[in-house]
Design a binder for this molecule. Structure first.
Ligand code: ADP
Ligand code: MG
Length: 339
């Protein structure tokens, strides 16, 4: 008899996990920006080169990390966000798996700089394919900068599978939009190959939507507000005449997290029934707030799908409140910009 089972070395396990977490440069953008928000940053800068194939860098002014934590943050299942499985039911952070940085570092060159407010000096850490290449003390502002270079350098098949720069940049901008929409109070900037694509000041929700999608958007928006025992809805739907062929301006956020939900999308479509032509899609930017205990966001590593305890009730409330708002706008005057 001989034993044949072995535990995979960490760097191999990390590479496998990376395949789930990191599909393309936009996945890195999402994970790094979410970490910046979890660190309470009020200003976040995204720097991209060659649609993220050469560089994805996120610089935040959040709470930073100690030297020890900086090192630990790249270990798998290393997280400051939950301590036990119970914490999963009261989450108010974006991250919780402690998987993102370990996965990213397994398949790229990563340079981290981080400093906490009380420290004079920060930490500079270089990692390539899970291997720490250097760690030193450095002068750096409070907060964290993580630069991810040469994504998939050690997985040529993945690298070759990446789409054109136009397509990859599109995915990055989509992620940027989602995060920026969910956090209108946070200042965001984005640069691609040295040019500024977005510069979003601190604002209210309407202004943030308009700053991203253009000043013409303002007149298209109908406010939706509803508070019930199980759910708060706030945000906007587009007036029916501005429905589009594409779904590019459809956004659901649940507890400040972008989600995709064909089911809830259906509720919106039902509210618009008879108001828009077949094949057109309503515009919406809707934030749902629910008790974290009533959702399960742990069903997918990239966390754009969640499970609701009581989907049918949410559906009914959503449909009726959107319908109600649309009805009101027909008789109500156009609302002020600073609504
Ligand atoms: P998770 O977000 O699921 O905890 P990550 O791998 O994304 O896992 O991050 C691991 C840990 O590293 C986080 O829990 C956090 O403590 C720390 N961290 C990551 N990014 C930042 C950041 N920008 N600022 C401060 N701490 C960070
Ligand atoms: Mg994270």
């Amino acid at each position: 008899m001989s034993d044949i089972i072995q535990l995979l070395p960490d760097h191999v396990a990390n590479q496998i996990a990376a395949g789930e977490v990191v599909q393309r440069p936009a996945s890195v953008v999402k994970e790094l920006m979410e970490n910046a928000l979890d660190a309470d940053a009020t200003s976040i800068k995204l720097i991209i080169k060659d649609a993220g194939k050469t560089l994805v860098q996120v610089i935040d002014n959040g709470k930073g990390m100690s030297a020890t934590d900086a090192r630990l943050s790249f270990e798998r299942h290393a997280t400051s966000k939950i301590r036990s499985a119970d914490d999963l039911f009261s989450l108010n952070t974006k991250g919780f798996r402690g998987e993102a940085l370990a996965s990213i570092a397994a398949i790229a060159h990563v340079e981290l700089k981080s400093k906490q407010a009380d420290d004079e000096l920060g930490t500079l850490l270089n990692i390539e394919g899970s291997e720490v290449k250097g760690q030193e003390v450095t002068v750096t502002p409070t907060g964290t900068s993580i630069a991810v270079k040469h994504l998939f350098f050690n997985i040529p098949a993945r690298r070759n599978f990446l789409k054109s720069n136009t397509v990859e940049l599109r995915h990055i901008i989509d992620e940027f939009h989602r995060v920026a929409l969910a956090h209108p109070k946070v200042v965001f900037a984005m640069y691609h190959n040295g040019s500024e694509l977005f510069n979003l000041p601190e604002s209210n929700y309407r202004q943030r939507v308009v700053n991203i999608f253009g000043s013409k958007t303002n007149e298209k928006l109908v406010p939706v507000e509803e508070t019930t025992e199980v759910l708060t809805i706030s945000g906007f739907v587009g007036k029916p005449q501005f429905a589009k062929k594409s779904r590019a301006e459809q956004f659901f956020f649940v507890n400040n997290r972008f989600i995709k939900s064909p089911y809830l999308n259906h509720a919106i479509n039902a509210a618009f029934e008879g108001l828009i032509k077949d094949g057109n899609h309503p515009i919406y930017f809707l934030n749902l707030t629910v008790d974290p205990k009533s959702i399960d966001i742990n069903i997918h590593p990239t966390k754009t799908e969640i499970k609701f305890d009581d989907e049918h009730t949410l559906y009914a409330i959503l449909r009726s409140s959107v319908k109600h708002s649309l009805g009101q706008f027909n008789i109500a005057p156009v609302l002020d910009f600073d609504y």
